[in-house]
Write a protein that binds this ligand. Sequence first.
Ligand SMILES: [Zn+2]
Ligand SMILES: [Zn+2]
Length: 418
Amino acid sequence: MRALYVLTIVLLTVFVFAPAHGEQWFKGGLHLHSLWSDGDAAPEVVTAWYKERGWHFICYTDHNILLEGDTYKPIMDDADLTPARVEAIREQFGDDWVQEEEHLGRQRMRLKTYEELKAHFEEPGRFLVMHGEEITTLSGNPHVNAINVLERTGGLPKDGMTERIELYMKAVTAQAEKHQRLMFSMLNHPNFANGVTIEEALPVKALRFFEVFNGHPSVNNWGHEEKGYPSTDRFWDVLLTLRLQEEPSYMLYGLATDDAHNYFNMGKGANPGRGWVMVLAGQLAPEALLTSIMKGDFYASTGVLLDNIRRDESGMSFTIMAEPGVTYTTQFFGTRRGFDTTSTAVLDADGNPKERASRIYSDEIGALLSETTGHEPSYTFEGDELYVRAKITSDKPHPNPFKKGDVEMAWVQPATAP
Ligand SMILES: [Zn+2]
Ligand SMILES: [Zn+2]
């Protein structure tokens, strides 16, 4: 009897309390700004925002700068760092934390560095901070996020979109090799400003990640009809199809991010909390997280949560962590071999090709293969698909949408057919 009791306890411990395969989901923000560039909050305020709301990790990605060295911000009534905000930091972190001084007749505050933030906020298994940079072209796109880096790259003036993306991404690859450390780069908000066209992104061999969702209000995630920008979902399908046709291992993963700049007035500007990644990893550490991300063992979310994701050569399946009263529509997109490869230019009113528009491709690319409202969606390859990926759209309004009318969604990374 006692043996049975012990066995029961052991089995319960193994099957109930141990996470499957020793892995768990970690929630992360991979695109956010602070006073180190054009964000409106001090980096400790930014970090506390995410940590207090349950994020497991963040990566600082200020424009063309790493959070290192002595940098000061003036304290002024009409600037982002007002006396009241400094006072709030003092209240939250203590008198000793704030390094305020007078300089040339004005008060200023020293910004906390990555190392200082790491020492203050990190907790093993609970919260991690990574160092990154948004490599930023000085006038519009491209912007490339560099994650878990050690060296600053810095952007250059706009000239040659393909060349710039390639240059920025190669700089990240080069430092990863030099330091023997996992790092990755991603193409941010392809529909921001002057846009990045499908044809410009296509030749960039180092491109493996892009933002299918960015929480900044001016990034046109769902396309820009007048300018001829496709939705980021369409951008993904066309780019992925053309790449896979060239090379079967030429994967492209989609991320959701905040691109947070504005931390004080929710509902105004680029707020935190709109989009994130959920990474399945055995450990909350940069190596483990990046290893999973590079394999596509993560999904992008703006509110819909998933579990039990299986992506393999037979197809994919997953569980939607459904909330009561919410309807979820899962769409499986993919392209079948032998698809129509022709494309046409987007024309302006005079019949001339629009300068910054992506070309229009056949509906056979990124076709809707299947659709369901069930909570255990699955797709089995029929044999002629190049890939399948899933997008889950709920009917629950996003609590703080980047654009009016947006709902909570999630994206599962593509699985390729054998
Ligand atoms: Zn940007
Ligand atoms: Zn940004």
